[in-house]
Ligand binder design. Structure first.
Ligand SMILES: Cc1cc2nc3c(=O)[nH]c(=O)nc-3n(C[C@H](O)[C@H](O)[C@H](O)COP(=O)(O)OP(=O)(O)OC[C@H]3O[C@@H](n4cnc5c(N)ncnc54)[C@H](O)[C@@H]3O)c2cc1C
Length: 339
């Protein structure tokens, strides 16, 4: 029986999953061939250059508390990474608020809203929530007033579905992680006051970003794989050939490869189609990104700002120079508008 040490492991897709799998399998002794359809690797986490500006496919950043992932990033990026604190904001009724929402933000809100939010937080700890939807999760953390004004609109606008139909993990990985960053428990007024007055247990988890843009990370990983004899075929579409759902060969353009194992990181629907298997009905979220090169500097210093209001056709703006200044030419700025 073939093992991963015999024939090559064919990895379809040269995005993060494909490249990192290839590198780690190679370190474990396997021969690897990565097949990537695009001319450059990186997939959704790639970056592109125009006129000295570097844009990711919507700015990306590394953020992990997992020591293995952190050690891997340190090993690959070595000194070529910048570390920075979160600088995020949320735009609401003509004003900008720090994100994640901080208890101090309540003092910035229009008075009636601040009072209602304060009362919500005071009584929220006594309420029961199911925690089975995004809506329930946020209601428990922040209460109905902040949910209604900050979270409902943005989430619905961004995902295109009501927060009642959205899985609670969307809140856990996004909003809840943000709350943990500040170690704030905004579930009752006493905790709120304590946090506000003392900045109790404030912990900043820095983000990591390759100095010259995300592509630098994937160039480094590619160089490591190639230096050890691995193949990375870019501009090449992969096609699976097999019988009864079992893969026998992988075509990389005109080349037929007999793999010991295949790792498929491209859309799963494509693999099912190529193997004549039933194609799962998976919904996808479309996203339009406008990369804008700006001659002058920007008025606000945020990495990201969330715009939840219905009359604005976009939902986020991110500013790459606050990830790494080396992504823009001197004295210029750039914005990425998400729609
Ligand atoms: C706007 C945006 C911002 C994000 N920000 C972050 C962030 O800050 N931090 C974070 O951790 N994650 C972020 N993510 C998520 C992250 O980008 C993805 O989880 C990650 O890039 C997925 O990597 P992947 O390798 O699984 O898939 P992909 O990147 O989709 O890679 C699949 C690859 O397969 C290739 N392919 C497809 N068909 C074929 C074929 N027939 N033959 C050969 N190759 C093929 C594609 O070209 C692609 O390169 C963000 C995502 C988006 C969209």
């Amino acid at each position: 029986m073939a093992t991963v040490m015999d024939g090559p492991v064919v990895i379809v897709g040269g995005g993060v999953a494909g490249l990192v799998s290839a590198q780690l399998l190679q370190e474990a002794g396997a021969k690897v061939v990565v097949i990537e359809r695009n001319d450059q690797v990186g997939g959704l986490a790639r970056s592109m250059r125009y006129d000295g500006f570097s844009f990711d496919v919507g700015p990306h950043r590394f953020h992990t508390e997992n020591p293995n992932v952190k050690a891997y990033l340190d090993r690959v990026l070595k000194g070529d990474a910048t570390l920075f604190p979160r600088l995020s904001e949320v735009y609401f009724q003509g004003s900008y608020y720090r994100w994640p929402l901080h208890p101090k933000n309540l003092l910035q809100l229009p008075l009636p809203l601040a009072l209602r939010s304060g009362v919500d937080l005071a009584i929220n700890g006594f309420k029961e929530y199911e925690l089975d939807t995004f809506e329930q999760y946020v209601l428990k953390q922040y209460g109905p007033t902040l949910y209604e004004h900050f979270f409902r609109g943005y989430s619905e606008k961004f995902l295109g579905i009501h927060p009642r139909e959205t899985h609670p993990d969307w809140a856990k990985v996004g909003i809840n992680r943000a709350i943990i960053d500040d170690k704030l428990q905004m579930q009752n007024l006493a905790q709120l006051a304590k946090s506000t007055l003392t900045q109790f247990n404030k912990v900043e988890i820095p983000f990591m970003y390759p100095t010259e843009g995300m592509q630098q990370a994937w160039q480094k990983v590619s160089a490591i794989i190639r230096a050890k004899g691995g193949r990375i075929l870019t501009g090449t579409k992969a096609r699976l050939e097999g019988k009864n759902g079992k893969i026998e060969h992988v075509w990389a353009g005109e080349e037929r490869i007999t793999p010991s194992m295949v790792i498929w990181t491209a859309p799963i629907t494509l693999a099912m189609k190529q193997l004549n298997l039933e194609i799962p009905d998976l919904p996808y979220l479309g996203l339009l990104l406008y990369n804008v090169c700006v001659e002058s500097d920007v008025p606000r210093k945020y990495q990201w700002c969330y715009y939840g209001e219905d009359d604005l056709i976009f939902n986020r703006i991110s500013i790459p120079k606050f990830f790494s200044p080396a992504t823009v030419p001197n004295a210029k700025a750039a914005g990425c508008v998400w729609s």
